[in-house]
Write a protein of this length. Structure first.
Length: 282
């Protein structure tokens, strides 16, 4: 039997050799690393992550309840800690400040609003009917979160925003972007269909105008003195009327007087938002 020649050291490559058949050996460290298992998350780390998410959701749920009851100025982190049966330090493990926590509560609500907008954008109909579906989603959100836009105004103040973490700021901006995209896409569809004149305003400007009229109308309809002076007894109806005034002013066809939008509203409710019990059949 012929003897297999010894492997020859490779010049300049410490610890490596070449065999007669051309195969190169691995270094000791390479051999060790090749035997190392692929890093995976342990069951313990998975469990801790689940517990962290559950705890954070608990904090947000109770914080929202306290914000509704006491407002931002009255929100007490000491009371929040007692209500969730954790220490105040535990809250700070999740949120770096009171502003950070409040922004997280608002972002959770804004995510719901973005979800509603995306549901509304799937409504099948004329472009203005689809815009009306977005308006319907706005009103449905108002019914679920009547306090949200008042908090939103506070969030936009520079002093508040700067005290929130970059993580919470980014999360909020991402959800705001989702709501804007839904409106913007419907406006683009209206322009492409020839329902919205292109020369008056850009689609971005129209989307901002739609949001501004809706938010402003809702906030004003929550002011008791204003409601008394204007004879407002149905805030949702006022918001919808102002939305129609804007779309008619933009020349978005069919105009309000030329189409049965009441039938559209009922179809939006039945097909997209069956849980919207605030819209009655009559």
């Amino acid at each position: 039997m012929s003897q297999v020649p010894d492997p020859i050291p490779i010049p300049g490559e410490t610890g490596r050799t070449i065999h007669a058949d051309g195969r190169k050996s691995l270094t000791a460290s390479q051999n060790i690393s090749s035997l190392s298992p692929i890093a995976t998350k342990s069951p313990t780390s998975d469990r801790k992550e689940r517990e962290r998410k559950i705890r954070e959701e608990l904090i947000l749920t109770h914080a929202r309840r306290l914000l509704l009851r006491d407002g931002y100025q009255g929100l007490s982190l000491d009371e929040l800690a007692r209500s969730i049966e954790y220490s105040k330090g535990t809250i700070y493990l999740h949120f770096q400040s009171k502003e950070d926590l409040t922004l997280a509560v608002a972002t959770a609500a804004l995510k719901e609003r973005a979800d509603l907008f995306e549901r509304a954008s799937k409504f099948q109909g004329l472009s203005r009917e689809r815009a009306r579906a977005i308006g319907f989603a706005c009103c449905h959100f108002m019914v679920m979160h009547p306090e949200y836009f008042n908090i939103e105004l506070m969030l936009k103040s520079q002093s508040f925003w700067e005290k929130a973490s970059a993580q919470q700021q980014n999360a909020h901006s991402m959800q705001a972007g989702r709501t804007f995209r839904s409106m913007h896409q419907v406006v683009i569809a209206g322009m492409e269909a020839g329902d919205v004149p292109r020369e008056r305003m850009s689609p971005e400007h129209i989307a901002v105008a739609m949001a501004s009229v809706t938010i402003g109308s809702h906030i004003m309809s929550q002011v008791p003195d204003m409601c008394l002076l204007a004879g407002i007894d149905d805030p949702i109806l006022v918001v919808r009327q102002n939305q129609d005034l804007l779309l008619d002013g933009l020349g978005w066809k069919p105009l309000l007087g030329d189409y049965d939008y009441r039938a559209t509203d009922l179809r939006i409710r039945d097909e997209i938002f069956p849980e919207a019990s605030w819209l009655k059949d009559s």
